[in-house]
Ligand binder design. Structure first.
Ligand code: AHR
Length: 516
């Protein structure tokens, strides 16, 4: 038998050739109908000065015994490089609206320490500032997404920061940057105009924020003519539409002196305040309830996208979901305000479901940032002094790397149902995309924690030569990785069983079908 047909027989049985099996799901992939690009920036990360997100998680200082490059931990950088992190949002969060950039430049011993009032009331030494941030993201290979201080800062302060970072002419601020060790301008492709100014960033009404934001949009310039910078305004708090209406209306009536490229949406899966859903030791009812909430991201995006469509039918302004993820009850004994939580197989599924939603809204959702990257909330990485581990969510992000900048390909399948009490969830979820090399990538999630599912891929209009992929599952839906057992939840090569993709309960698979 020809190699190609052997592989096909093994990997991608055509739907009609499959033996009848009560639990089969046929995922029909219409490779002949490509859709929009799935922007790689939907896989963005978020690093706030919060708990051990920066200090210890990224920054250990040059004199640390932990292997580092100019103070930035090597193990974390290597793991993030593997993830092909497209952008990192910094310095917050709520912290951004109390951050004064001048405190974080110049000789370390002369930096002004402050109290981190938002997160635990601990000392913030400002050791990790502008130069350290850019050194870090350049080591990772990610773009900067810098949020300026709209809440407690001034327009002049923000404008000066942009000049300091990007000026190519010998201005006073450019000279100061050079004196601090950086000759070339820093690349600043994304700027956030405040953070949650409806809440921690000043509790402003939508109209008040809009008036202020327009001034910041005008004066926070990139001073390097070779750079293109996108400005992102604060947008909705979850389902609330006040900011969406106010910002988009103002944008549609804008004058020449300002513009916007993005509107931010913050939407955590949190089950009310204070966060009470357990990170581990939860039952099926809690599992189903939480994932049901996370699937609400789809309607949330539809609601805001419908308003945006009214003011911006050409979709020039992106919806930027720059804070999302699971927000759970904090780990017992952890420092209050440090937002420390374990990360389980359930959270990996939650991540896959949200990425799928973003991909389906690729035309409008062109950037997103999971909260947060290291040691905080739904993190990719945990550190404990010299130790580091990759969370289940990290593995999902890693498996989805091929979807970065790939072309969305429509899929059709019977989602089935998984019921717990009154809660009904789809049993499976799936997306597909084609990368620049022509490989067709298909991601399938088995949401059901009780039943395996066998998936047949029916790939019309595509003639693949080979198939391979990875499967992420775990003994239990609340299985986690620990420093003692780092690979309880870790991907394995995907198993092909009689020509079908067999997904165990609570699992995520990503397969690539290489073009001929
Ligand atoms: O990610 C933690 C916090 O959640 C951020 O600082 C804030 O923007 C949001 O409320």
């Amino acid at each position: 038998m020809h190699l190609r047909s052997t592989l096909l027989a093994l990997a991608i049985a055509s739907a009609s050739a499959l033996p009848a099996f009560a639990q089969d799901v046929v995922v029909k992939v219409d490779a002949g109908k490509p859709g929009p690009t799935i922007d790689r920036h939907i896989f963005g990360q978020f690093a706030e000065h919060l708990g051990h997100g920066i200090y210890e998680g990224i920054w250990v200082g040059k004199d640390s015994k932990i292997p580092n490059t100019r103070g930035v931990r090597n193990d974390v950088v290597a793991a993030l490089r593997d993830l092909k992190v497209p952008n990192i949002r910094w310095p917050g969060g709520c912290f951004a609206d109390e951050y004064h950039w001048r405190n974080g430049i110049g000789p370390k011993d002369q930096r002004r320490a402050m109290v981190n009032t938002n997160w635990g009331g601990v000392m913030e030494p400002n050791e990790f500032g502008t130069h350290e941030f850019f050194d870090f993201i350049e080591q990772v290979g990610a773009d900067a997404y810098v949020s300026v201080n709209v809440g407690s800062g001034t327009v002049q302060e923000a404008a000066d920061w942009l000049e300091y970072m990007t000026a190519v002419h010998p201005t006073a601020l450019a000279k100061e940057r050079i004196a601090n060790g950086r000759k070339e301008a820093f690349q600043v492709p994304f700027v956030g105009l405040g953070n949650e100014n409806w809440g921690c960033g000043g509790a402003m009404s939508g109209d008040y924020y809009v008036d202020l934001m327009k001034v910041f949009a005008r004066y926070t310039r990139n001073y390097d003519p070779s750079q293109k910078m996108k400005q992102i305004a604060v947008g909705p708090d979850g389902a609330k539409t006040e900011y969406t209406e106010a910002v988009m209306k103002a944008w549609s009536e804008r004058v020449w002196s300002w513009n916007l490229d993005g509107l931010s949406l913050h939407n955590y899966t949190i089950n009310g305040w204070p966060p009470s859903i357990k990170a581990t030791g939860f039952g099926e009812a809690e599992y189903a309830k939480f994932l049901h909430e996370t699937l609400g991201m789809d309607q949330m995006i539809r609601t805001h996208a419908a308003i945006m469509d009214r003011y911006d039918p050409e979709k020039k302004v992106a919806l930027v979901v720059d804070e999302w993820g699971s927000w759970l009850a904090p780990t017992e004994g952890s420092t209050p305000g440090f937002l420390v939580q374990q990360n389980s197989m359930r959270d990996a599924i939650l991540a896959a479901l949200n990425i799928n939603i973003f991909a389906r809204h690729a035309e409008r959702v062109r950037m997103a940032n999971i909260a947060q990257m290291v040691n905080v909330l739904q993190a990719m990485i945990f550190t404990d002094k010299e130790k580091m581990l990759l969370t289940p969510t990290y593995h999902v992000f890693h498996m989805y790397v091929p979807f970065q900048d790939a072309t969305f390909v429509p899929v059709a399948f019977d989602k089935g149902s998984y019921k717990v009490g009154d809660i009904v969830l789809p049993r499976v979820d799936a997306i597909a995309a084609r990368d620049a090399q022509g490989t067709l990538w298909i991601a399938v999630t088995n949401i059901d924690p009780t039943r395996p599912v066998e998936v047949a891929l029916d790939v019309a209009g595509f003639d693949p030569a080979s198939a391979s992929g990875q499967l992420l599952t775990a003994p239990r839906m609340d299985s986690v990785n620990t420093f003692e057992a780092k690979r309880t939840v870790a991907p394995v090569p995907v198993k092909l069983d009689g020509g079908k993709l067999r997904l165990p309960p609570h699992s995520v698979a990503v397969v690539g079908l290489k073009a001929n």
